[in-house]
Write a protein that binds this ligand. Structure first.
Ligand SMILES: C[S@@+](CC[C@H](N)C(=O)[O-])C[C@H]1O[C@@H](n2cnc3c(N)ncnc32)[C@H](O)[C@@H]1O
Length: 543
């Protein structure tokens, strides 16, 4: 390898600009068929004849066109791929490169220095919101995505297998190119597309043109905050590489929850080489895409198979199988972990461990490890409840409380008894309802000597000693019921009924000076002053 080889890499930008200019001038479409004299091309595009000759001769050197006779040019096979009317056309890709996307690549040094996307530095706006204010650029982007799909499509359909899904949900499905093919391939399948509102019109128009409108629903929403509509096949194509790990896990979890029993997630992304295999042709393609993402999206990046498996795993999904697709992408079929395994893993990796933001040393929940060892954590599931009906949710919780009460526990230490109810299908609204129901039931349960905690992905409850740390977030929604313990003053000191229930059980110990923890004593004494009349009242009712 010589300095000339590396100069070639540097001058790659000039090659790219030549191809972009060729497309910007409209020449690939103009030269669709036959050969064209320079003079005629010059007139059609309004160019300087000498400069156009130099461009076309350069493109001949790059094998995009051919000079068939002196000053007569025709497209080579590469040039035909730049026409806008070929199915796998690179025409929109060239237009994006010639537009703001290419400008963002120019800002790579900013991205590398700051870790922030150059696109936002240039426009002041993230990529997709920017496109929503620029419909022509959005159309070019959609066309580029649809063209890229063509090579992958046969492999995607094979990997998904012959069984038609009843409902296929394409999350971030853009203008519906992939879903159109799935619905055409499976005439009994219904399709739902979740994307930003501006995708409604192009996706609906596409489905109408294809005669699929009656089996298609567009769902305008934000996949980072909204529930994903339920289905038995959930598709995510080139979404996760736009996102950092936290956002990617949020979307993947939402997709996992959206799967009907037996359903599958199909994730289509590039796979970067694991460690040292950086030299093959696919490594080149994935490296280019990775830098593309770095310049455009906060946190966006290509991931290796191992990284993708870990991401899926931490989002509650197992890999069922993988199929390589042309161009370096891989289709990964995922299915939800068994929820019980997921919950136990969360116990092990979170609740039983120390956490730097907890505000105190020791595991997040000191009871879980001894209770797990003693075998006193019972886990039950309510599979079919979305949690949105408050009456149903309340009834379910009170039924679980009754089970906790009536259960025969093998172990004598009551503090370790706990009943966990896993609610895998709880929607986002259901999670909010769970927060409310927990707050409503808390005094009543405290009076019965019981504590109930709710945990879910969006839970805003904070740690007792660090109000900036949302301590009760779990990968799957659940509630835990246990007997009241000494430390529960931390959770029961600001409500009169709760405090009195607590004082009834533990007041003597405080009175006799038998509580060593200064924080417990402080909370107890303050609440005792505040609620000392002994009258029960609402939250915060001081005497
Ligand atoms: C890279 S494109 C992929 C489109 C399509 N899946 C494909 O394979 O061509 C990402 C898509 O996600 C959509 N998107 C980005 N952020 C979104 C969000 N927060 N909520 C919903 N859709 C979003 C964009 O509008 C765009 O259609």
């Amino acid at each position: 390898m010589t300095a000339e080889d590396v100069r070639r890499l540097i001058y790659g930008q000039i090659v790219s600009k030549a191809v972009q200019t060729f497309v910007l001038l409209g020449l690939p479409n103009l030269m669709r068929d036959a050969e064209h004299p320079l003079e005629q091309l010059t007139r059609s595009v309004g160019a300087n004849p000498t400069s156009l000759r130099r461009l076309l001769r350069a493109l001949a050197a790059f094998r995009v066109v051919q000079e068939t006779a002196h000053d007569t040019f025709a497209l080579e096979p590469l040039g035909h791929q730049l026409r806008s009317d070929t199915p796998r056309t690179a025409h929109p890709t060239a237009l994006l490169a010639a537009n703001l996307v290419g400008q963002a690549w120019d800002g790579m040094a900013h991205a590398v220095r700051t870790g922030k996307p150059a696109f936002e530095e240039i426009t002041g706006t993230p990529f997709f919101p920017y496109l929503s204010d620029n419909p022509p650029l959005r159309s070019i982007f959609d066309a580029s995505q649809a063209a890229g799909l063509h090579a992958e499509l046969p492999g995607i359909l094979t990997a998904l297998g012959p069984t038609p899904p009843r409902v296929a949900v394409d999350v971030g499905g853009g203008d519906g190119a992939l879903l159109e093919h799935i619905l055409t391939h499976h005439p009994g399948t219904r399709g739902v597309l979740l994307d930003r509102p501006e995708s409604r019109e192009p996706a609906t128009a596409r489905m109408k043109r294809a005669g699929l409108a009656d089996r298609f629903t567009f769902h305008a929403g934000d996949f980072l905050t909204d529930d994903v509509p339920t289905g038995d096949l959930v598709l995510l194509r080139h979404i996760v590489h736009d996102l950092g790990d936290d956002d990617a896990a949020t979307v993947l979890r939402a997709c996992g929850r959206a799967l009907r029993p037996g359903g599958r997630l199909a994730l289509i992304e590039m796979a970067t080489p694991e460690t040292d295999a950086h030299q093959d042709e696919l490594a080149w393609d994935t490296a280019v895409m990775d830098l593309y993402m770095m310049c455009l999206f906060a946190g966006g990046r290509e991931r290796s198979t191992q990284e993708m498996t870990e991401l899926l795993h931490s989002s509650g999904l197992d890999v069922a199988n993988r199929t390589p697709l042309p161009g370096g992408a891989v289709l990964t079929l995922g299915r939800p972990h068994k929820t019980e395994e997921l919950v136990i893993e969360w116990f092990r990796t979170y609740l039983m461990r120390d956490h730097p933001e907890l505000g105190r040393p020791g595991p997040v929940c000191p009871f879980v490890e001894p209770a797990h060892r003693a075998g006193t954590i019972a886990i039950e599931h309510a599979e079919d409840i979305d949690g949105e009906d408050p009456t149903e949710l309340r009834r379910l919780i009170l039924g679980t409380v009754a089970k906790f009460h009536d259960r025969t526990w093998d172990h004598g230490n009551k503090t370790l008894h706990s009943l966990v109810l896993v609610l895998p299908q709880l929607s986002r609204a259901g999670c909010q309802q769970l927060d409310q129901t927990q707050a409503d039931l808390k005094p009543e349960l405290a009076t019965r000597g019981l504590m109930m905690g709710q945990f879910h992905e969006h839970c805003a409850e904070t740690a007792a000693r660090n109000h900036a740390f949302p301590v009760s977030q779990s990968p799957v929604p659940l509630i835990a019921i246990r007997n009241m313990a000494l430390h529960d003053i931390l959770f029961l000191h600001h409500d009169a009924r709760c405090f009195h229930a607590y004082a009834e059980r533990f007041g003597d110990r405080f009175a006799k000076g038998g509580v060593a923890d200064r924080v417990f004593v402080q909370y107890y004494e303050r609440a005792a002053v505040r609620f000392r009349s002994g009258q029960s009242g609402g939250r915060g009712e001081a005497v």
